[in-house]
Design a protein around this ligand. Sequence first.
Ligand SMILES: Cc1cc2nc3c(=O)[nH]c(=O)nc-3n(C[C@H](O)[C@H](O)[C@H](O)COP(=O)(O)OP(=O)(O)OC[C@H]3O[C@@H](n4cnc5c(N)ncnc54)[C@H](O)[C@@H]3O)c2cc1C
Length: 387
Amino acid sequence: MLAEGTKRDWQPIIRRFEAIAGKNNVVRRKEELLVYECDGLTSYRNRPAVVVLPRTKEEVAGIVNVCAQEQIPFVARGSGTGLSGGALPIDDSVLIVTALMKQILEIDLENQRVVVQPGVINSWVTQAVSGAGFFFAPDPSSQIICSIGGNVAENSGGVHCLKYGVTTNHVLGLKLVLPDGEIVDVGGIVPEMPGYDLTGLFVGSEGTLGIATEITLRLVKTPESIRVLLADFMSVEAAGATVSDIIGAGMIPGGMEMMDNFSINAVENVVATNCYPRDAQAILLVEVDGLEVEVEENTKRVEAICYRNGARNVRVATDSEERLTLWKGRKAAFAAMGKIAPAYYVQDGVIPRTRLEFVLREIATLGEQYGYRVANVFHAGMVICIR
Ligand SMILES: Cc1cc2nc3c(=O)[nH]c(=O)nc-3n(C[C@H](O)[C@H](O)[C@H](O)COP(=O)(O)OP(=O)(O)OC[C@H]3O[C@@H](n4cnc5c(N)ncnc54)[C@H](O)[C@@H]3O)c2cc1C
């Protein structure tokens, strides 16, 4: 760090970065730096002094090494979709952006794993292996744009986390660049390596321990059968009770998501799935997956639970096109809110299943009391507030 009041001479440092990453991959002009001044948490903004876009682990190590020698703070950035300000640059810092590190380095289907660079987009992994009957389970709603490096740093999860877990359950090993520029390996190519779980320590550390430059991911076999049920309810509480009852019956669906009336209409206005009934107070999307016999049986059980809790209708999608249509609205929920208000405030919370009905009632009361329109969209209890 520089002594207070001292101005850093960036020119020699930039020349060193250019020698490492190439002239075109060092961004210094003020108007170009604007793009990098915030992530998804747009309330906080700060321009970095320099942005460097490396292509390889050696280049990352070289840049970090210069930062260490010159005592310059650095921040890693993937796609910049984080909602917690993790990729927010600090004053006089270097932003190391992994957007050019987008190679899938190795696909090893026999051992159900892939090795990727950190800038690879989440959904590219499944696209690369789905033809062979595999998928990458962590599926944040931002999966068509967020990077695997960002997923690792934030320990991201999505619809599938209920059954398959979050990112930490799907990372086998990491090649890291530590803050002094040293390249180290943690974990390996098989799960549960002996010794300290350093991979587990790194996943979710929000870029504070170093930069992941190669990531070995676990692949999951695509289930033999998948069905998606869409149940609609005339009360949010009834849908909430259904969630508790499904889990209480001993079933773990591949995904289970809920949307309230406000979200349903926001989504239908934007993506027009024409599947979500606009007058429903809540819809529940339940993905049942596994062996064909198991799916057949569990679909019936879920259907029965929905009706027992007052569902008006339960639609079952069996082919992949219909399934995608049912999920399309849910995946677009965040974007759809942009049509309603220029800004919205996301509150991610974890609610015990048994307290779901109570919490939803309280949220509605608080929304009225303080004049907030609240859209409830859940996986593991997510609430979006709009004023
Ligand atoms: C519309 C929308 C929907 C979302 N839905 C979900 C969701 O369903 N579930 C969920 O979990 N999140 C969700 N998010 C949040 C976000 O997409 C995830 O946290 C995602 O994993 C961030 O990836 P990114 O590439 O954008 O990372 P960035 O925002 O660029 O960075 C996030 C953090 O990772 C660090 N980082 C990035 N790359 C590396 C690296 N190679 N090594 C070390 N640290 C690194 C950064 O320093 C920062 O701290 C959503 C965001 C949006 C905008």
